[in-house]
Design a protein around this ligand. Structure first.
Ligand code: ADP
Ligand code: MG
Ligand code: MG
Length: 199
């Protein structure tokens, strides 16, 4: 079973990974965006960490809703409300249980990803974070490690796609040939989940 501490470790591991990879995320956002994805997420996850340290929530659901709220209020870019919605909706789906099973987590993340698709209007294949998140959630029933591999594969597979949502879509065909920054950071989020699970 996964408790609040597990979810805090997930968010802390994500923050550390975003710090390590910030330059790469911003570099990916340079040819097909406005070169701020790394700094956007750094600002957001620093705020998440600070909020979790200040008042450690007692339940998994609260950890995710608090993290989601921080991302929405501190990240100016498109990715803030989208990641914020993912975590807030997943947190809400977990309710006030003190511990949840991996199946419940998978279901909650599915709810969160659906909410991101509704909010942003992106579908799989549009070259966004959805291209890493959907395969990850699909594979989560198998194992955390399988979800990590699926997310990474999904992120890499955005390279030949033409962007149909977000800033990169303004470039039309010129968005082809570049890996999507948001799909790349989604792969980091799922890798951090596997790390928190010790996989
Ligand atoms: P901004 O584009 O506002 O500068 P970021 O650079 O932080 O925001 O995030 C860009 C990433 O957000 C993209 O690489 C993409 O994965 C994701 N994204 C943008 N728009 C959407 C959308 N409508 N649906 C899903 N993801 C999106
Ligand atoms: Mg950007
Ligand atoms: Mg921006």
């Amino acid at each position: 079973m996964l408790d609040a501490d597990f979810f805090r470790r997930w968010m802390t591991a994500t923050a550390a990974s975003v710090d390590r990879e910030a330059e790469r995320l911003t570099a990916l956002d340079s040819p097909i965006g406005d070169a701020d994805h790394g700094s956007n997420l750094q600002r957001g996850f620093h705020a998440v960490k600070a909020a979790l340290d200040k008042e450690p929530p007692a339940t998994p659901g609260e950890v995710l809703t608090l993290a989601g709220r921080q991302l929405i209020s501190t990240v100016g870019g498109a990715s803030g409300p989208l990641y914020g919605t993912l975590l807030r909706r997943a947190g809400k789906a977990l309710g006030d249980a003190a511990e949840v099973g991996p199946e419940q987590l998978a279901e909650a993340l599915r709810t969160g990803v659906d909410a991101v698709m509704t909010l942003g209007g992106a579908a799989p294949g549009d070259k966004t974070m959805i291209d890493a998140l959907v395969p990850a959630v699909d594979a989560l029933g198998e194992s955390f490690a399988a979800a990590r591999a699926a997310a990474e594969e999904g992120a890499v597979a955005t390279t030949p796609l033409q962007a149909r949502k977000g800033r990169a879509s303004y470039l039309g065909e010129r968005s082809i040939g570049h890996q999507d920054p948001g799909a790349t950071s989604s792969a980091l989020l799922i890798a951090a989940l596997a790390e928190a699970a010790g996989e």
